[in-house]
Ligand binder design. Sequence first.
Ligand code: CTP
Length: 401
Amino acid sequence: MSALKDKHIILGISGGIAAYKSVSLLRLLRKAGAEVQVVITPHGKEFITPVTLSSLSGNPVVSEFFTANTGEWHSHVDLGLWADAMVIAPATASTIAKMANGVADNMLITTYLSAKEKVFVAPAMDLDMFAHPSTRRNLATLRADGVEIIEPEAGELASGLVGKGRMEEPERIFDVLENYFAEGEHLKGKKILITAGPTYENIDPVRFIGNYSSGKMGFALAGRAASLGAEVVLVAGPVELPVPGSDRIRRIDVVSAAQMMAACEEHFDTADIAILCAAVADYRPAACSDHKIKREGREELTLSLVRNPDIAATLGARKRPGQVVVGFALETDHEIENARAKAARKNMDWIVLNSLRDPEAGFRKDTNKITMICAATGEAVPFPAKSKADVAADILDCIKD
Ligand code: CTP
């Protein structure tokens, strides 16, 4: 049985010659038992008729915000909530640009902006348009937003030119979707505890010790885990990020390491997996002044710091058989050996080594470059630099077995 059976798929079609291939994709999805709702742009209709699409999908095709004769409003919000995944094939340069910038001037884009689940994009355009810096930039934005790009092929294009830009074949797009849902079963029913972001340790009512962690990696992990079916408890330090769109994520906001520790202790015993992504402050002021520390009369100020609890080590020590603990490491020298030793010390099953040498990795970036180290085997698998969304997918893929 196909993993796509009974899944709700929005098939977005924009105006390109490759729109004729969407018919094959639609038929493959229907044959696999998926429910399909087609959303087509006004230009898309110049390439393929809504009648063909509605008869094959079994649902009226949505294109305008309103049905002209009845005035009935089509709710992109409801569509977004209904869907388990959205695939835009073909995605023209213009649709990609609008998606990347939130230009909501047609039903396809408003639906995309309301989509809570995974979105796939299969670009189709001429080679010069595909290679143009603006398209590259827009695709990079979409990737960083967690959209999966199904890369076009090199081949003969509608213009007669030969190069990269031809939409991937419908069978391949179908495989990508099917694999996504097949994988999704792996985390179904699992509870995952994730820590993310920095912690702030108060010095007085207006000052704190903190760090530059943005929380992006932990939030990407939470989003991906939820879209793979997991129930996620996301314990977030002070960050400005919205919760990834899923009702399977419960966010608990904390400020200090002590609060993060308390939230983790509450949820760890019922969790199957804990991923400790937060940059926890190792020390906190021995005392937090209850009034603002004044400058007058002080040439020097010495803060006395005490050790914070090590959340990873505490949970590692409490781990029961079958539970999986994943930590992160940032090392400057003897990276792999130090990371392995850290995993052993904290009783972790996996440790994600962040590269410090790479400009594409690290705090506040949208990309990351990691090496996954398995504590049991000592094996270290390096990955190329990727968006944090894709890194999250790699991490969850590694630890699933
Ligand atoms: N960690 C934690 N609680 C702490 C400190 C760290 O849970 N108080 C977790 C982090 O979330 C991360 C891993 O432990 O998963 C990082 O370990 P740590 O020893 O803090 O790494 P470094 O900061 O690199 O430590 P060191 O300075 O000793 O190399």
